[in-house]
Design a protein around this ligand. Sequence first.
Ligand SMILES: Cc1cc2nc3c(=O)[nH]c(=O)nc-3n(C[C@H](O)[C@H](O)[C@H](O)COP(=O)(O)OP(=O)(O)OC[C@H]3O[C@@H](n4cnc5c(N)ncnc54)[C@H](O)[C@@H]3O)c2cc1C
Length: 379
Amino acid sequence: MRCPVNTFLSSSQEALKEQYEKYAAEEIQPAAQDLEQGKTSLKEFLQKLGQTGFLGLTIAKEYGGASGTFLEQSLFVEAACEYEAGLGLSLSAHFQVVELIKRYGDDRQKSRYLPLLARGEAVGAFCLNEEKAGSDYSLIETVASTKQESPKLNGKKLWVVNGKIATLLVVAAKDEETGKLSLWLVDSGDSKAVKVTAGAKKLGLRSASTDEIEFVDTKLPEGSRLEGDAKEQIEFALDVAKTILAMASIGMSQGAMKLAVEHAKTRQQFGKNIGAFQGIQWKLADMSADVSAARMLALRAAWAFDDSKEEFRKFAAMAKLLSSKAARLHTGEAIQVMGASGIVEDSPTERFYRDAKMMEICQGTSELQKVIIAEELKV
Ligand SMILES: Cc1cc2nc3c(=O)[nH]c(=O)nc-3n(C[C@H](O)[C@H](O)[C@H](O)COP(=O)(O)OP(=O)(O)OC[C@H]3O[C@@H](n4cnc5c(N)ncnc54)[C@H](O)[C@@H]3O)c2cc1C
């Protein structure tokens, strides 16, 4: 069930949206539970998405992509997450790497990595968080020793989405001498220098692994730095992920709403369908209104990425804040409408409810989104 807010969609984008929805219903829905339980390999699933063209939607045709817009990519995430939101988290990390290389990579980095990322032969991961550096990434302790004959990376990153399956890592590190932050493109191939261990089991979004990665004298070959202002690059990468996760939150909210509406139409109590009771109707009405409003904002953020870059940061923060809140609230309300049938382990509503809470934390907490929105107000 789509909330009827398509203000920013052209007729060709509408057609793409329908194509994505059809694909998601036919290919993602049947795999959703097995992905969450690890019975279907996420790596192989991503490779399949890559072969079908969904991992390179915004990558230029010359690098093997579809030359599409960020808005179109966001619509794909929304469609996918109507069935499996963990996939949205994994895609958010992959797309962070894609968009960073597109915007800040040099010609050699683009021609080396973008074709692999588009085909799913390389999966991307973004390595920022550390034990001391959570919301405040200025506390990063991972260091790049660049003055040596052969530059090296040392440090440990936590909560790295796709850590186990990624082949291309974007790693934030401080220069050992100057303390200046940079982003480095690191090939995860050498397991002695890039040690990946599984992170803690988490509440939701389980199909996407969140792993720990330790860098031990990892070589940084010439040309592996993303040139430019690292703070700007990090903020940009976070804004990309926030917009993708906003669309993922909306996808799962719509998935939950669809199930709740269906249940309200068919479940009989006191001689009526429960949907005839105003108490149930108001829950569904609030759900529809809140999710529509959040969707509008998320589409606005995605549109700003393509057409109004100075507004991207503000709308990405607002979209992530409101869509994750709507998802937490309304996946719970969907369960309320479903009654006991909504809390059965491994049912979609139970999974959406666990997934939704995660969205208020990953890639920037809700509190930090308010910090950004207030900054934009210049108060
Ligand atoms: C599912 C998931 C996926 C993730 N994926 C990645 C990834 O791929 N790569 C990566 O590098 N990291 C990733 N992270 C890490 C994530 O970005 C951090 O968890 C997040 O930034 C918050 O950091 P923290 O958990 O250390 O909390 P803290 O920063 O310690 O915050 C704790 C609490 O204090 C609040 N707080 C902090 N500062 C302020 C402030 N200024 N004003 C008001 N409140 C404040 C926070 O909002 C929060 O409520 C992921 C995390 C999760 C849960």
